[in-house]
Design a protein around this ligand. Structure first.
Ligand SMILES: C[S@@+](CC[C@H](N)C(=O)[O-])C[C@H]1O[C@@H](n2cnc3c(N)ncnc32)[C@H](O)[C@@H]1O
Length: 279
């Protein structure tokens, strides 16, 4: 354990903020000691002071990004906070499916997808409850700033402990193959999902084309780590990317930064948001 006086944690906090907009509280500086062990090892270093001195001396965007990514909180689970999924199943998806019956296209975005459980939960929900969508064009995009979790999402391989969190036993056997100690997402589910690395706090989001509008966006449990000033532009960009009748789900403790462009809808014991159109 390194002493607080020797390590310039303030430099590390500012570095993380500048790259990911994640605000780290100084009371949790000890997290740098544990989370940056692998970054240190990859550089042949043992002390945070060495890393900080190295970063201060010369610009190294790749190493800086590794530091910011290592400090992200990647906590997630299948069907996390189940109510949004239940509401989609019972009410919202039947309506969306009816209104998209001519285009037969539905697009979902799990923004800040971590290791992919949110995206795969959506895919399982669609396959299980809406078999008529088999002939539709369905895309579930998953993005995250952290390369390591995106790789894990792409692989779709989960340990027993991750499977035990939120997945009913019948879904485990129906949608996963048991390989050694792990469970691997079956191709039927995997093929609906596409994962890539993307930072939500840059001036351009990973999707910009007007024909890439989303029907449902999950932006859950990530804005709580952002500074207030990062939330407003992000939600304004998400607003532009949603179809006029699209749906936004935030984490249960999160709110849109600018309520004037969103209508909050309370239903199914949860809250979701619809984009307000300019009058
Ligand atoms: C707590 S997880 C939430 C995962 C999932 N949405 C859920 O609710 O279960 C937060 C994720 O946000 C990602 N993240 C943090 N800052 C980000 C940024 N600036 N751009 C994109 N993703 C970010 C982290 O890497 C992490 O995987």
């Amino acid at each position: 354990m390194q002493t607080a006086s020797a390590v310039d944690y303030d430099y590390l906090r500012r570095l993380v903020f500048s790259l990911s907009h994640n605000v780290l509280d100084s009371s949790r500086d000890y997290l740098f000691d544990t989370r940056l062990t692998r970054v240190l090892r990859s550089q042949g270093m043992t002390q945070l002071e060495e890393l900080i001195a190295h970063l201060k001396l010369r610009k190294n965007p790749i190493l800086e990004r590794s530091v910011a990514e290592a400090m992200t909180i990647n906590e997630t689970s299948f069907f996390r906070d189940g109510r949004p999924f239940e509401l989609l199943r019972a009410e919202l998806l039947p309506r969306l499916i009816e209104s998209r019956r001519l285009s037969r296209t539905l697009r979902f975005w799990s923004a800040a997808c971590s290791t992919g459980q949110e995206a795969y939960s959506l895919a399982m929900l669609l396959v299980e409850h809406f078999p008529q969508l088999a002939a539709w064009n369905i895309r579930i995009e998953g993005t995250d700033i952290c390369a390591e979790v995106v790789e894990r999402a792409q692989a779709g391989v989960y340990h027993r402990i991750e499977m035990n969190r939120g997945l009913p036993a019948r879904s485990v056997v129906r949608y996963f193959d048991h390989v050694g100690e792990d469970w691997v997402v079956k191709p039927e589910i995997r093929k609906l999902c596409n994962f890539r690395q993307a930072n939500l706090c840059t001036s351009t989001l990973p999707f910009t084309r007007p024909d890439e509008r989303f029907d449902v966006v999950f932006l859950r449990n990530v804005m709580l780590y952002f500074a207030q000033e990062a939330r407003r532009p992000l939600l304004a960009s998400v607003h532009k990317l949603l179809a006029p009748d699209g749906l936004l789900f935030l984490g249960s403790s999160e709110q849109p930064a600018d309520p004037s462009i969103w209508s909050a809808v309370l239903a199914g014991g949860t809250c979701h948001f619809r984009p307000r159109q300019p009058s």
